[in-house]
Structures are given as C-alpha cells and as structure tokens.
Design a protein around this ligand. Structure first.
Ligand code: NAD
Length: 274
C-alpha cells in the first residue's frame, strides 16, 4: 500500500476515540498503518495499540495517561469534547483546559515533523472580537491558573462552549508560531454540523433550524469520516508547511458566509446580529 500521507508505523494519540469524530480518526489511522493510542473516558471498541481511560476534567488522570503511553509521539489528535448541555466549567475543562494540559504533557515526546490537530467549532467564530480576553486566558500557566482565571471571569466564560472553542482557535494560532521553532505543527478544524452523538445536544440547545442553517450551502450534515479526513490530512506529511491554521471542514460554509450567501437571520435563530 502506498503511504502518501506518511502514517505507516507512526505513533499517534487520539483523544475522544470512543465516539464521533475521534472514533472515525482512530479507525482511519489504523487503516493507514499507524500505531494508534486512544484516550477517552469511555472504553473504545477499536483494535488500538493501547487504550487509556482519561477524564479531561482531571489533571492527574491526564498526566497518568500521558506517562503511560511513553515513547516518541508523531501526531496528536485532540478530538474529545463536550457540548453546552453540561456545566460551564466541565465544558471549559474538557474542550480547552484539559486539551491544553494533555498537549503540554505529550509535547516533550514530540519532535521535528510531529503534528497536533485540534477540533474547534463555528461556535467559536467570535474569537476575533475577543482576542485580548482569549490571549489572557490561553496564556495562563498551568491547570490551577486556568481554573482561577475562569472563576474570576464568569461573564466571559458564560456557558463555556463558545469561549472554549474561541480558546482552541486562538491558542492554536498562538502556539503555531511557537512550536514551529521546534519543527512541530499545530492546526485546528472548524467542522460543519456533523452527525455524531453530540448533535442531539446541539439541536436541543440551539434549535434544529439554526443547526441546519450552518449546514448550508452543502444542504446536509457531514459525516464523522469526512471530519476525520480533514484532521488526518492536517497531521499528514502532505501538510508539512500548514501550521497555525483554522481549517474549515464544512462543504463551503465559511466561504458562503463571507460572501453573503448564508441566511444570517436563520443562523442567529431569529436574533438580531450583535
Ligand atoms: N458534531 C458536530 O456537529 C460538531 C460541530 C463542531 C465541533 N464539534 C466538536 O467536535 C469534537 C468531537 O465531537 P463529536 O461530534 O465527535 O461528539 P461525540 O460526543 O461523538 O464525541 C466526543 C468524545 O469526547 C469524549 N469525552 C467527553 N468528555 C470527556 C472527558 N471528560 N474526558 C475524556 N473524553 C471525553 C466522549 O466520550 C466522546 O468519545 C468536539 O470537540 C465537538 O465540540 C462537533
């Protein structure tokens, strides 16, 4: 089998491998010949090289799992996430604070040529209007400082989902300029609505009409495998100079939005644009 993506024999780590996009990423990487180490707080059914139970709300469990994987790591896929149906601090921990902590634990095992792919969301598209808040938070040092910042800025954190996804976007761009000095790349994706177990929570919190509006112009939700394709591409050797990028995997949503072809009123759920 040709190995144009360069994953054959590579040691890769996937968080969120129990379901949805993380499960699809792990499966695709196994098919591509990688040695896949999975992390989740629910057991994964795939034939992984190793599986470690991890709770991204708990720094000790993250440290324990990272130490357990050992050895050199070629790629990290941060796919675990929580929707805003959960308490704001749980959402902040899983979607950003835990994601950052896991990445920091694994970075010493990564060298030149390694890649990190994170999943953000169109829910974090407000990032460019709040760069100072995002930078103040994402550059806090360590777990306790991040928690303390959230406690002191509850209005900014709000329900957690939007701010945590802004954090992923801003931190990815910030770290892109830092890690490339060591030859390590970091990017994130902006998925369009995707048919995963999380979709039920999005329908309940935002309403199906709003989610459907974000599925234009393609007119359908994406599949976890299509999202996995974008993530696997970003960490592949084909993307060797792609770094610090916020990569839409959305069938053209961002382009349609930028050129006025999306029904903003529908997208805002009937609310006026703020
Ligand atoms: N589905 C969508 O339409 C959509 C759109 C934009 C962004 N996203 C993002 O994509 C990512 C993947 O979500 P998905 O749609 O595949 O949903 P999913 O619910 O299928 O997958 C989420 C995974 O995260 C794991 N997880 C949750 N809490 C955890 C914790 N405390 N510790 C460890 N693992 C934990 C779950 O067990 C699950 O395997 C998330 O970051 C989500 O915010 C999803």
């Amino acid at each position: 089998m040709s190995d144009i993506l360069g994953y054959k024999g590579k040691r890769v780590v996937v968080s969120g491998c129990f379901s949805g996009m993380g499960h699809a990423v792990a499966k695709m990487l196994i098919d591509l010949g990688a040695e896949v180490h999975g992390l989740d707080f629910k057991q994964c059914d795939l034939p992984l090289a190793s599986f470690n139970m991890i709770d991204l709300r708990d720094p000790e469990s993250i440290e324990h799992a990272a130490a357990h994987i050992g050895g050199k790591i070629d790629a990290l896929f941060n796919c675990a996430g929580l929707p805003n149906a959960f308490p704001a601090m749980d959402v902040m921990k899983v979607n950003f604070i835990g994601l950052r902590h896991l990445t920091e634990q694994l970075l010493p095992k990564m060298g030149a040529g390694a890649g990190i792919a994170n999943i953000a969301s169109t829910g974090g598209l407000g990032w460019s209007r709040r760069i100072p808040d995002n930078m103040a938070f994402v550059t806090t040092k360590g777990w306790d400082a991040a928690i303390a910042w959230c406690e002191a800025n509850k209005d900014t954190v709000s329900e957690g989902y939007a701010f945590s996804k802004e954090n992923v976007i801003v931190w990815t761009q910030f770290m892109g300029a830092q890690l490339i000095k060591k030859g390590i790349r970091i990017n994130c994706t902006l998925p369009s609505p995707t048919q995963t177990p999380m979709m039920k929570a999005f329908h309940e919190s935002s309403g199906k009409d709003v989610v459907d509006a974000a599925a234009e112009p393609m007119g359908r939700y994406s599949t976890p495998e299509e999202q996995a394709g974008g993530l696997v591409l970003l960490n592949s050797r084909l993307a060797s100079i792609v770094n610090g990028v916020v990569f839409p995997v959305d069938g053209g949503f961002m382009g349609a939005l930028a050129t006025g072809q999306i029904d903003i009123a529908k997208l805002m759920g009937g609310k006026k644009q703020g």
